[in-house]
Design a protein around this ligand. Structure first.
Ligand SMILES: Cc1cc2nc3c(=O)[nH]c(=O)nc-3n(C[C@H](O)[C@H](O)[C@H](O)COP(=O)(O)OP(=O)(O)OC[C@H]3O[C@@H](n4cnc5c(N)ncnc54)[C@H](O)[C@@H]3O)c2cc1C
Length: 369
């Protein structure tokens, strides 16, 4: 794998998150040259995706990475929904292993991204550069010229896997309607946890909803909804974290791997690109994490767009890229809507909503199955 910026390459991918890295692996695996850049100096280390579905696994396996992927996964054991009195109001099993991979798998996002970066090292025609920002681009009928860290790079196709704040989306004048949740959530990954039960637990307490999810590193992820008036600065203080967790587990400073306050959003871009420049992953859709599907949707985008980019780089009519939006936008929108509906189950703020949630869970098999 190269690490300098080439002046000409088949495909440029902007953003080395999971979406961009999966697309880069597929493009390089198909024999086309690919440059993937990220403006961050190093991979992000945030508490984000923790569950990958079977289709995501098959997609990464299709780039020749089945074995390193299997080595970092733990099969999901399902989810349990608990009400404010500790009563179990719903349980979702792990689901059958129907198509080669468990339906849900726990993983640690930095490990997955490490596997994907190592995948690129197999190819001399792949280049990954951190600390390199794409600052602008210009399309012509024959290709795209993008400015990357001050270098003009000629490409056949540009994939903008730039995450939520995509400047390519803005440059193309694409709106991303939807909404931000009024409540923030604190998400923390903790080392060492006495609770080694492999199920994800959703505590649908109207007073303060919270979530406890098993990890692959022997700890647990905890997520708590912030209440009106609570600020990120205050909530991220060690004393506050200790108080939040006091009924659940003891906390020492060295137990905290990482903790962040998020405002979740549910949005879908109106258009996903034009010509030879296309959005993928969080740049195209923002999915609240309640269904564990944001990254999985991005992996599906990456797979769909990658083989089309490979064809265009080989001389095919770039009009084929338009089928990407036709095939991916509606399923991604459905996933956003599913995640919003599951969020309603987890955060039933108010007794009326809690009653509705309990009826829903008692009478359904839950959307996850
Ligand atoms: C708490 C939480 C839990 C989640 N859990 C799950 C889960 O269990 N399962 C799941 O499927 N999803 C989950 N998600 C969603 C998932 O984390 C995201 O959908 C996914 O990480 C998005 O990947 P991406 O590659 O599209 O974007 P990102 O990971 O955001 O990467 C975009 C990259 O582009 C770079 N970039 C942007 N602009 C430029 C530029 N101009 N030049 C160069 N680089 C640029 C950025 O630096 C960034 O590194 C969760 C999210 C959260 C917040």
């Amino acid at each position: 794998m190269r690490q300098d910026i080439p002046k000409s390459v088949d495909v440029l991918i902007v953003g080395a998150g999971p979406t961009g890295l999966v697309a880069a692996n597929h493009i390089a695996y198909a024999g086309k040259s690919v440059l993937i850049v990220d403006r961050n100096p190093a991979p992000l280390n945030l508490p984000r995706a923790i569950s990958i579905d079977d289709e995501g696994c098959r997609t990464i396996a299709a780039a020749g990475l089945a074995e390193p992927l299997r080595a970092i996964l733990r099969a999901g054991a399902g989810s349990r929904y608990v009400d404010e009195n500790g009563g179990i109001v719903g349980e979702v099993g792990p689901g059958p292993v129907e198509y080669g991979w468990p339906r849900r798998n726990n993983f640690h996002q930095p490990e997955l991204e490490r596997v994907l970066r190592a995948g690129l090292e197999r190819f001399s025609h792949a280049t990954l550069v951190y600390g390199a920002e794409m600052t602008g681009f210009h399309q012509s009928p024959g290709g795209v010229t993008a400015m990357v860290a001050g270098v003009p790079v000629q490409v056949a196709v540009m994939i903008a896997a730039e995450g939520a704040r995509s400047q390519t989306r803005d440059a193309l004048g694409i709106d991303m309607p939807g909404e931000a949740y009024p409540q923030d959530w604190i998400v923390m990954d903790l080392h060492r946890d006495a609770d080694q039960e492999p199920v994800s637990k959703f505590f649908c307490d109207p007073a303060r909803p919270w979530v406890s999810i098993p990890t692959t590193f022997g700890g647990r992820r905890y997520e708590f909804m912030l209440l009106p008036g609570e600020t990120a600065d205050e909530m991220l203080k060690f004393d506050t974290l200790q108080r939040l967790l006091a009924p659940i587990r003891p906390l020492a400073p060295e137990d905290i791997m990482r903790a962040v306050v998020y405002r979740f959003e549910a949005r879908i871009a109106e258009r996903w690109g034009e010509g030879r420049v296309w959005l993928a992953g969080d740049a195209a859709h923002l999915t609240p994490p309640f269904a564990g599907q944001g990254m999985n949707s991005g992996i599906r985008d990456a797979h769909n767009l990658a083989w089309k980019a490979v064809l265009v780089a080989g001389g095919a009519d770039p009009a084929i890229l338009e089928s990407y939006q036709a095939e991916r936008r509606a399923p991604a929108k459905a996933m956003v809507q599913l995640a919003v509906a599951m969020g309603e189950v987890v955060m039933p703020v108010g007794q009326g909503k809690a009653l509705f949630r309990d009826c829903l869970l008692y009478t359904s098999d839950a959307a996850d199955e």
